[in-house]
Ligand binder design. Structure first.
Ligand code: DP6
Length: 366
């Protein structure tokens, strides 16, 4: 190996929105959940991470930059992902440039990683999901790893639980698994992005500020103190997951909306059942947020009832940003009209912006 070369790969990975939520771990290090979860992967145009990974004999140590700022790679989650990918690295050859990396060389070669989010980091928009999925996917390409997306998802999972679901497009299920070593806790694609093309996803970004309680510490506190979490994980989610899979399979929007809204509401009920209570839907820096969230929930509930058949589903993650899933273009247009009328962006409601999403597939950009 000469000293002058650099080998690079770039990947782009969208974030995902859970419609059956992951909340609670049974193993903190391996990131093993207490229940299955289901999500929809978004269009990379609005919510995605782009990561370039590079390897060169000239690099002295592993380094990473997030949105142009260098960050530490010393955290256990990064180290676990890097270790697991390195273990699976294979020979890489670029004949044109006369570069050959043998399997054993990967242990001593260092990596440089540059990652960009096209959306606010850590504002409840699942930035860690896109981030770790993209990192693992890009490294797997660079190192010629032969594992499929599901096997890679079990590595991304060790970076951030929700990341495992971003390895696929369309609707994705994270199977909680039974094994103690986490080998069967991985993501599978339920249907691809073409299966339910009518759906429109609108994200109302109330706040791009960093959230006060991270998902990681929030769910740890819920596991320790909430009895509702135990009931949810054992009694509710197993049945709800089967029903949600059916709703997705048959494109049954009425059942889909009912289940997604109920699951979001129960997840936030678990947060309130935590000691001390966590209230993710609020944002103390924005006076009008509660008004706006109550409006969204009651507007959607009323609208769905008055139409006889649901038009929109809502779901909230660990922050006040609302994710609204409309059954078709007409419902999406009507919803956006109402939202813009009542909550114009940058008005006194402090609504930052609206993002229009779509379902998509993972893109290999390099
Ligand atoms: C509310 O995946 O961010 O978005 O595994 O600790 O990194 P860690 O947590 P994270 O939690 C996401 C929680 C959620 C629900 C979901 O995406 O299923």
């Amino acid at each position: 190996m000469g000293e002058k070369w650099v080998l690079m790969k770039t990947a782009q990975t969208p974030t995902n929105i859970a419609v059956i939520k992951y909340w609670g771990k049974r193993d903190e290090t391996l990131i093993l959940p207490v229940n299955d979860s289901i999500s929809v992967t978004l269009d990379p145009a609005h919510l995605c991470t782009t990561t370039t990974v590079a390897v060169s004999p000239a690099f002295q140590q592993d380094r990473m930059w997030l949105n142009g700022k260098e960050m530490s790679l010393s955290g256990g989650r990064y180290q676990n992902c890097l270790r697991e990918i390195r273990k699976r690295a294979r020979e890489v050859e670029d004949k044109e440039r006369g570069i050959k990396i043998e399997k054993k060389d990967w242990e001593k070669l260092h990596l440089h990683i540059a990652s960009y989010n096209n959306f606010p980091t850590a504002a409840g928009l699942a930035s860690s999901a896109a981030g770790f999925a993209c990192l693992v996917f890009a490294l797997a390409k660079l190192m010629n790893v032969s594992e499929d997306e599901s096997q890679l998802s079990a590595i991304a999972r060790q970076g951030s639980g929700s990341a495992c679901r971003s390895l696929f497009g369309g609707f994705v299920k994270w199977i909680m698994g039974k094994e103690d070593d986490g080998s069967d806790s991985l993501a599978v694609q339920l249907v691809d992005e073409k299966h339910w093309e009518d759906l429109f996803i609108i994200i109302a970004v109330v706040s791009s500020r960093q959230k006060e309680t991270s998902s990681t510490s929030g769910m740890r506190e819920s596991v320790e103190t909430s009895s509702l979490l135990q009931h949810r994980a054992k009694e509710v989610v197993p049945k709800r997951t089967i029903q949600m899979e059916e709703a997705i399979q048959y494109r049954d929007f009425a059942s889909f909306a009912k289940l997604a809204c109920a699951d979001s509401n129960q997840f936030h009920a678990v947060c309130l059942d935590t000691l001390p209570p966590i209230f993710y839907m609020n944002d103390t820096s924005h006076r009008q947020v509660l008004v706006y969230i109550c409006w969204i929930i009651s507007y959607v509930e009323k609208w769905n009832r008055s139409e006889g058949t649901p038009q929109v589903a809502y779901t909230f993650d660990a922050g006040p940003n609302a994710v609204l899933i409309a059954r078709d273009r007409k419902a999406a247009a009507q919803l956006i009209q109402r939202l813009l009328f009542y909550f114009p962006p940058k008005s006194d409601t402090d609504l930052d912006s609206y993002l229009l999403g779509d379902k998509t597939i993972l893109k290999d950009a390099g």
